[in-house]
Design a protein around this ligand. Structure first.
Ligand SMILES: Cc1cc2nc3c(=O)[nH]c(=O)nc-3n(C[C@H](O)[C@H](O)[C@H](O)COP(=O)(O)OP(=O)(O)OC[C@H]3O[C@@H](n4cnc5c(N)ncnc54)[C@H](O)[C@@H]3O)c2cc1C
Length: 404
């Protein structure tokens, strides 16, 4: 039994500093521009690829970290730099997580590197679940995948919406229903390889925040992918469907398995935004004078700072715990992954709002980054499961009752 410790290892500290330096030197100076442009920040992704931060190898290094903390540490620093740019870099990892959660080791090795490409040939990946009528309610997906046995091909039809990197990605991981009668238990994930005919970009959405990250529709019209693009393989799918048809429990639902793995990382991004806003407003409060004294000398301001710091540290503890549990195979008996994302997401919204309040009028204008951080923070109570859905998961887990 190892001694309990929250001290990071030398390796973890080194990576943390490496990502922080990139966030400080490359992302921070570019953040405002890309938020205004609302375009994919190719020069930033290229730079991240050049230093190996945007790469399959780095992701594998994070997945392999024995305590599981490297992924949240890297995500916190990226989002501290800028959440929109951070998601432009981390978005491809969502596709990779879809492959890692549902694919075989061979599929991970074949398709994982293609989620990122190389510095000379950068590629993007996307993880496409949501549809216009199926966001929180993943069981109602209408995108259909049908097996063409004669050709050993899957034919996919449907439209996905609000997909990070959707339509501009080289590789799409698409969750589709193979047996609509079984709800989420009748779903499977498919790789749609680069250049597959029938996949096209629908509309690109204009957003409130994380505007450097592309969010768009993906149209799948008679898309044909080879049999080996079914993640996990046909035999496993057939077994799973047979169990579901007999009414037996199945513990692997395609989209859910991915979300469990990615939630602490998403929570870590929210944490990064909150920390950025906290640090910025603390500095400000120690310089700004009103009524002849520093505003931080008023309890009304100082106590906000104390609460911000407390909630941020509590978020980090929840995020680290969930990441450690995921990596070491502990069962999420109380929805700990959901807790981390719920608390960190709501903390980011709250902390960034407090930061605006502390800065008064300066907090509300675009000369300072806190209004952007507030806009960026809001997505963290919505995507990868809304706050309400996280509460549902936690409440069901702790009560054993199927709360609606
Ligand atoms: C910028 C952005 C990026 C995204 N990226 C991706 C991506 O890469 N891949 C992907 O697949 N999806 C992505 N999404 C989609 C995102 O995951 C969904 O928007 C989210 O799951 C919510 O679904 P919805 O919008 O349909 O809301 P709805 O499900 O319609 O929910 C509306 C409201 O009702 C509440 N609600 C719903 N059901 C319940 C319930 N049972 N109990 C209590 N409250 C309930 C919700 O919490 C919410 O407040 C992205 C979305 C955005 C905005």
């Amino acid at each position: 039994m190892s001694e309990f410790s929250l001290e990071l290892s030398e390796d973890q500290l080194q990576i943390q500093k490496w990502v922080h330096d990139f966030a400080e030197q490359v992302m921070r100076p570019a953040a405002h521009e890309w938020d205004e442009r609302e375009e994919t920040p190719w020069p930033i992704i290229e730079e991240a690829s050049r230093i190996g931060l945007y790469s399959f190898d780095f992701m594998i290094q994070c997945f392999a970290d024995p305590g599981g903390l490297l992924m949240p540490i890297a995500n916190e620093e990226l989002a501290w730099g800028d959440a929109g740019l951070g998601l432009a870099i981390f978005g491809s990892a969502l596709g990779l997580a879809g492959i890692a959660a549902n694919g075989t080791p061979e599929q991970l090795l074949e398709w994982g590197p293609q989620c990122f490409g190389t510095p000379d040939h950068i590629q993007l990946a996307a993880f496409a679940v949501s549809e216009a009528d199926a966001g929180s309610d993943v069981s109602s997906l209408r995108t259909r995948a049908e097996y063409d046995e004669a050709k050993d091909e899957w034919v996919i039809n449907g439209t996905k919406t609000w997909i990070t990197n959707g339509g501009i990605a080289d590789l799409h991981v698409v969750v589709a229903t193979v047996d609509p009668g079984l709800g989420s238990r009748g779903q499977a994930s498919f790789i749609v390889p680069p250049g597959t005919p029938g996949l096209s970009a629908g509309q690109k959405f204009k957003k409130m925040g994380i505007r450097a990250s592309h969010t768009g529709e993906v149209v799948l019209d008679g898309v044909r992918v080879p049999g080996h693009c079914l993640l996990g393989g046909k035999e496993k799918l057939d077994e799973r469907l047979a169990r579901a048809r007999e009414g037996k429990r199945s513990n692997s639902q395609a989209a859910m398995a991915t979300f469990e793995a990615t939630r602490p990382s998403v929570g870590a991004q929210a944490l990064g935004i909150a920390r950025a806003a906290y640090e910025y407003s603390l500095d400000y409060a120690k310089q700004r004078k009103a009524f002849g004294r520093l505003i931080i000398e008023n309890q009304g301001i100082a106590f906000k700072i104390a609460d911000m710091k407390t909630r941020i540290d509590a978020s980090r503890m929840l995020v680290w715990r969930a990441a450690w549990m995921g990596r070491t195979g502990k069962a999420f008996t109380a929805g700990e992954g959901s807790m981390s994302k719920l608390y960190a997401g709501e903390t980011a919204v709250w902390v960034t709002e407090q930061a605006i309040q502390i800065m008064g009028g300066y907090g509300y204008i675009r000369e300072h980054p806190v209004e952007r951080w507030h806009r960026d923070s809001k997505i963290y109570t919505i995507f990868e499961g809304t706050s309400e859905i996280q509460r549902l998961i936690i409440a069901r887990a702790v009560s054993g009752i199927h709360i609606k």
